[in-house]
Design a protein around this ligand. Structure first.
Ligand SMILES: [Zn+2]
Length: 346
């Protein structure tokens, strides 16, 4: 219990607070320590974790990976990108584990520990990075930290925040909505080309001896991206219906690139209000939409509600699939099939 509080305080950016803000957590902590002293509550397992962390940080075996580069990335699709360019020369660690969402992810202590072996952290600007980047850098001050989205202009979206998932406290109660920048830049092949260039430059900086290999790999990957892009374009070219409803609006860059219109169910990371839900159902009926898209990583009861009301179905597409290229191609095929059927109902 005590350790949990201490960890919460550490994670809540205690260092960045000004001195008056520091009083509250300190008082809270003192109270909890006091109460625990009385009840005799202790927590040994967390203490052990902290101890083993200190032991491992001095681990001398840091260069034993057959000369490979140790790269940590934020999300699964980035592993695909880094491996395309680094080939056998890289080992990739992914922070956000399969099935988790990058908006609310909290790296595990072992993951932060493992960073002591990383040569670089390649970020992509997903929300958890904002909260964690300083601790990520602190975990290994020698590690190069890179923003692979440098040079990408982001679209705006309504606040991307999954904090209120699962409770029914609608955003109407939260006052004004905040606009944030859309983090889903890995779902547009054109933007992934920019990220690939940034990843290439990072690998060359770390390992200039093998620049030629990275250059060849980058050229091959760029070609793969161009082919993927023209296949997606071909799949979507003839569609008359270009509007789709999706629970979590991850497909904004994809939609922009291929001239589709994304209608989000979730707004600001929250389930819609009853009025918003009614509005979406009305729009879906008017547009003869029969499919509500959702993703396997997020539960989406309102997507099911809409689907039921329009006598349609919920289809899952993942923005975080490991086989990035194949996944985007499949998504474009799914869109093509679904939207074509919807239009032909008229
Ligand atoms: Zn997202």
């Amino acid at each position: 219990m005590i350790m949990i509080m201490i960890i919460i305080l550490m994670l809540s950016g205690y260092e960045s607070m000004n001195s008056s803000e520091k009083w509250f957590p300190m008082i809270l902590l003192t109270l909890i320590l006091g109460i625990n002293g009385i009840t005799g509550c202790t927590s040994t397992d967390t203490t052990e974790t902290v101890n083993s962390e200190t032991n491992n940080s001095d681990n001398p075996e840091q260069t034993n990976h057959q000369d490979q580069l140790d790269i940590t990335v934020s999300i699964i699709p980035q592993e695909y990108f880094v491996k395309k360019i680094g080939g056998d020369r890289v080992r990739v660690n992914v922070m956000v584990e399969p099935g988790a969402v990058p908006a609310t992810y909290e790296p595990k202590p072992q993951q932060l520990q493992a960073l002591s072996e990383a040569e670089a952290y390649i970020g992509i600007g997903v929300p958890f990075e904002t909260v964690w980047m300083s601790r990520i850098s602190q975990a290994n001050p020698k590690m190069l930290t890179v923003d692979s989205t440098e040079g990408i202009e982001r679209l705006t979206m309504i606040a991307h925040d999954h904090d209120d998932h699962g409770n029914h406290d609608h955003h109407g109660d939260h006052g004004e909505q905040e606009t944030t920048l859309d983090p889903h830049v890995w779902l547009s092949p054109r933007l992934v080309k920019i990220q690939a260039q940034n990843i290439y430059e990072t690998l060359v900086k770390l390992d200039p001896k093998h620049q030629e290999i990275y250059q060849t790999n980058l050229n091959n990957f760029s070609q793969e991206i161009e082919e993927l892009d023209s296949q997606i374009r071909a799949n979507l070219a003839a569609l008359k219906q270009r509007k789709f409803i999706v629970f979590h609006p991850a497909w904004g860059y994809f939609a922009q690139e291929y001239n589709l219109t994304q209608v989000p169910v979730e707004i600001g990371g929250q389930e819609p209000s009853a009025a918003e839900l009614a509005e979406l159902i009305k729009e879906a009926k008017k547009e003869k939409i029969k499919v509500i898209f959702a993703q396997p990583e997020l539960s989406s009861p309102s997507a099911k509600t809409i689907a039921k009301e329009i006598k349609g179905e919920v289809l899952l597409i993942s923005p975080l699939a490991a086989d990035w290229s194949h996944n985007l191609l499949e998504v474009s095929q799914t869109f093509a099939k679904v939207l074509k059927e919807e239009k032909s109902r008229e």
